[in-house]
Design a protein around this ligand. Structure first.
Ligand code: HEM
Length: 417
């Protein structure tokens, strides 16, 4: 395939109009998996699919600096985070991240806490409507704070849920949600700085093995400890994405609602939970695109990519690459039975190597958390009343409009067996 030039002078309006489907719609129209265009008047190469993911996640090739809109950057990873680093600096910080978020102990601790927090809430489901997205967020925030080593009473937990939730909701917006996200981020950052300043002063005041302790003891490639602002940014990067998993919890509930045969199958056979969760991750719209700026020049598809060139990988479209996935739009967890996803064929949380690239260190934890939620959901009885479950593909990140309302069943006990 070759890289085609988009005849439109600028495609920003098309991106706003087509949302998640922007790259794949155009790529399909041009009969290719890569095209050159302009976004906000700046030249960019948009790519999609497994081969593009292999090109994009070739280690050391791209930096994330200058590759994301500032509005999204400042609500998500932000300056001072591991994602803003490259080379040896990235390698050293990422090693701590992998120990913090991807070790067996970390995944086990976080998912056990979430199991308890979610089941506590589900046990209280009544005939009154409950919005699953809000409940999942609060259960995940409570679990994340406990795991991270942050003490939180009910009032402070409410504040964290509001701040972390607003950052996620506002990340792809340029309107009110963006402003709300920025205001609440400031408040969250002040709190995180207080937590990290005290932990950096005395790391032993925080439970050993917890992310706050590991951040407080971490030394960067230059041998220095993190400064307070960077440590605070990383603490928010521990907590916020855990809360973001609430969107996947809702998409898992939606899949159970739309494919009810999977309720019984998951209940009867725990080995099917992982394939079910992988298919939910493959098909749910979350991050639409990931951008990079070329660090080391290379050639691909007969084109030379020079330092600073801007390239975007379509995550949403890659998860549906018809060259990889049979009937890509069909929800079929069976495709993952006895088969883990290939490192480049599916990229909801990045692709390739965790250690040598920017792939998400929280991916294992994310899978485990959605597994907890799916296992709990098939073990309680609830009703899904009529509601607006439509999903806008121009709102990023998106969600079924109602947030997934459930009613506890009149007769059943909601304690999860
Ligand atoms: C809703 C679930 C999640 C989604 C959709 C998600 C998605 C992503 C994506 C797309 C990237 C960017 C990869 C790149 O730059 O190439 C990323 C990176 C990252 N994620 Fe996640 N993530 C999730 C959960 C988590 C969790 C639970 C954590 C930590 C507890 C986490 C921490 C990070 C960090 C620190 C990075 C930067 C890694 C680096 O630059 O090396 N994420 N994530």
């Amino acid at each position: 395939m070759t890289i085609v030039r988009d005849p439109a002078p600028d495609a920003t309006f098309a991106l706003l109009r087509d949302g998640y489907e922007f790259v794949s719609n155009r790529a399909k129209r041009f009969g290719t998996d890569a095209f050159e265009t302009r976004l906000t008047l700046r030249p960019v190469v948009c790519t999609v699919g497994r081969e593009a993911a292999e090109m994009f996640y070739h280690s050391g090739r791209f930096t994330r600096q200058g590759a994301m809109p500032v509005t999204a950057l400042t609500l998500l990873q932000d300056r001072g985070s591991v994602q803003a680093l490259d080379g040896e600096d990235h390698r050293v910080r990422k090693a701590t991240w992998m120990r913090m978020a991807a070790s067996d102990e970390a995944v086990e601790d976080l998912s056990t806490r979430f199991r308890v927090c979610l089941r506590d809430r589900m046990a209280k489901w009544s005939e009154a409507p409950t919005v699953l997205h809000s409940q999942a967020r609060s259960a995940l925030a409570e679990a994340a704070c406990g795991w991270a080593g942050v003490t939180s009473d009910e009032a402070s937990l409410r504040k964290r849920v509001a701040e972390l939730g607003a950052m996620i909701d506002g990340a792809g917006s340029i309107g009110f949600a963006q402003v709300k996200g920025q205001v609440l981020r400031q408040r969250g950052e002040r709190w995180a700085r207080r937590v990290m300043a005290s932990a950096l002063k005395d790391p032993t005041s925080v439970p050993p093995g917890s992310p706050v302790r590991m951040l407080a003891e971490h030394r960067d490639a230059d041998g220095k400890r993190l400064d307070v602002p960077s440590a605070a940014v990383e603490l928010l990067n521990v907590l916020r994405p855990v809360v973001a998993v609430a969107r996947y919890v809702v998409f898992a509930a939606l899949a159970l609602h739309q494919h009810p045969q999977w309720r019984g199958r998951l209940k009867d056979d725990a080995a099917l939970v992982r394939p079910f969760v992988q298919e939910v991750r493959r098909l749910s719209p979350f991050f639409p695109l990931i951008g990079g700026r070329v660090l080391e020049p290379f050639s691909w598809r007969g084109r030379r990519f020079d330092e600073g060139d801007w390239v975007v990988l379509d995550i949403y479209g890659t998860n549906r690459d018809p060259l990889v996935w049979e009937e890509p739009e069909v929800f079929n967890p069976e495709r993952f039975i006895s088969r883990e996803p290939n490192a480049y064929a599916m990229a909801p949380q990045g692709a390739g190597s965790y250690q040598a690239g920017h792939r998400c260190p929280g991916e294992r934890a994310t899978v485990a958390l959605i597994e907890e939620a799916a296992s709990a959901l098939v073990r309680v009885e609830y009703e899904v009343p009529p509601q607006d479950l439509s999903i806008s593909l121009t709102k990023m990140p998106t969600l079924p409009k109602s947030g997934f309302v459930v009613l506890g069943s009149k007769t059943a006990s909601h304690a999860v067996s």
